[in-house]
Every structure is written in C-alpha cells, then in structure tokens.
Design a protein around this ligand. Structure first.
Ligand code: GLN
Length: 278
C-alpha cells in the first residue's frame, strides 16, 4: 500500500491513541526518515517508500505494546544534551535536572574540582556536570558494564573529555576524603510499588529502579560511603522518592553530614536532598 506521510501519521495516531499519539507518531516517523520532525509536518504529501513504511509500522507496534519512546528513538534529551539511552539504562527524567541545578550551586566554575556521579547509568548527571564545569573532573561509576558503554559513547559524542567512567560497587573503590561533590540518582523504588508495572518503568532495568522492600536499600549503602569519600566541606546531592525525605535526612545525619536541605521538583514533590561534610 502506498502511503504518504499524512496517511501514515493518521493510521499511527489511531493505533497509538491517547493525547500523545499524534506527537509520538510524528517523532517515530521523523526517526525512521532520519529527519527533524518539522520535515514530516512540512511534507504531508511525500510518499513513504516500502522499507520506511515497514520500519515505521514496526516501531508503532512496539510503541503500542508499551516500549518507551526513548528506547525506540534510542535517545533522550537531558539538560539540553542529547543522550543515547538503551534498555540497559534508566531513561533520564526531567526532575533529575533539579539535582544538576543544585550540584552546580556547590561547584564554583573557577576551581579544579573532583566530582563523582554514583550509579551513572547513561551518564546523564555526570555529563551535564562535566559540560557545565569544564574545569571539574567528573567520574561516573556504575555496576553495569553495558550501561557504562552507553555512558562512554555519550561522553565521546559530546566531546566531554573531563568525564570518565568506571565500573564499581557504589564508591567502594574510592579513597576517603578525596571528593568535592558526590551526586547520585540511585534506585529508590520499593520492590512492590505498582508504579513499576506501568509506563516506562515497566521496561527499564529493575536494578536502576528497585532498592529492596522499602526502596531505601541502595541509599543505606551509598550515603555513608559518599560521606566518607567527601573532603571536609564537600557536598552530597541525592535524588529520592517523595516520601523518603525524612529517612534520607536521618541517614545523612547518621553519616555525620550537616547542612541538610530538601528541594522540591517542579511538581512540588520532595525530590533532592543536599548535605555537607563538616
Ligand atoms: N523517578 C523514577 C521513577 O519514579 C525512579 C528513579 C530512580 O529510582 N532513581 O520511576
């Protein structure tokens, strides 16, 4: 069947449904054609060749089955950086930009600083910080070699020579008191949270999302390690669930950190806590 862009988009919109169906169809078609979205909007009568039509149809079917848009497109924008993402990495979230924003407050641009992103995944936080602070050396640590390969490709494509990636079990490989700042978006969802069965999280690596029965298992390990790796005066910034702020504050105090301060995301939910080593 010969389809022009308009007809292909209309069929896909009907198949995908929902308020996002039209936009998603446009993004998938643009992806198949390797053109910007404006191209598919500007040429509604252009005809799709058979191979492109078949590839588009396959993507639409996978999207209809629930596969996240970011995995179908192979990328997601974070902090205005275009990042490759794969099913081996969490899909960077807009609320995590709050963590980057707060970290930058504590990273003066005119100093040579040592920064770690613990559980870096696609490298989103590490690369955003490396991009904003060319004089900082940013190390992204992750347990998963396949995620680290994605992070390294993102670094290379963005040309951020001040970022490096290392396989590790949180911060166990690092020396004490050597860091100016630790940032982390660890897994913090409780194992039986129904949120895990819906939308994008159902397709993301469980190891990037789930941390024990109460969602705090990773934070319990990571926060004391991070505290030990900070130099006196260094900062820790961590993302957590909206209902975990009190538990995180308690863990931070127990790890000897002070200046504990909670920040809310754009939806008004508690999302990031920062703390300082005295
Ligand atoms: N914010 C993510 C979610 O709600 C969880 C990310 C994480 O566990 N670090 O799906």
């Amino acid at each position: 069947m010969r389809l022009d862009y308009r007809q292909a988009l209309e069929r896909a919109r009907t198949r995908l449904g929902g308020p996002q169906g039209r936009l998603e169809a446009e993004l998938l078609l643009a992806h198949v054609l390797q053109r910007p979205r404006s191209h598919v909007l500007a040429w509604p009568e252009a005809v799709l060749d058979g191979e492109a039509a078949a590839r588009f149809e396959r993507l639409v079917e996978r999207r209809a089955a629930g596969v996240p848009m970011a995995y179908l497109l192979g990328e997601r924008e974070f902090w205005s950086l275009r990042l490759e993402v794969t099913p081996d990495t969490l899909i960077p979230r807009p609320e995590t930009e709050l963590l980057v924003e707060r970290a930058l407050v504590h990273l003066p641009a005119d100093h040579d600083l040592r920064v770690v992103d613990a559980g870096t995944g696609s490298g989103a936080i590490a690369l955003a910080l490396a991009h904003e602070r060319p004089r900082a050396f940013v190390l992204g640590v992750d347990r998963c070699p396949r995620a680290l390969a994605v992070a390294a490709r993102n670094r290379d494509r963005l040309g951020l020579v001040n970022a490096r990636f290392l396989q590790g079990d949180w911060l166990t490989a690092l020396r004490p008191e050597c860091l100016d700042l630790v940032a982390a978006n660890p897994p913090y969802v409780a194992a039986r949270d129904p949120h895990l069965t819906q939308g994008d999280p159902a397709w993301e690596p469980r190891s990037a999302l789930v941390a024990g029965d109460d969602g705090l298992a990773a934070l319990r390990r990571l926060l004391p390690q991070a505290a030990a790796c900070l130099r006196p005066g260094g900062w820790l910034l961590v993302e957590h669930g909206w209902d975990q702020a009190a538990a995180v504050a308690e863990l931070l105090h127990r790890a000897g950190l002070g200046c504990v301060r909670l920040h809310h995301d754009l939806a008004g939910r508690p999302r990031v806590t920062e703390a300082r080593r005295p």
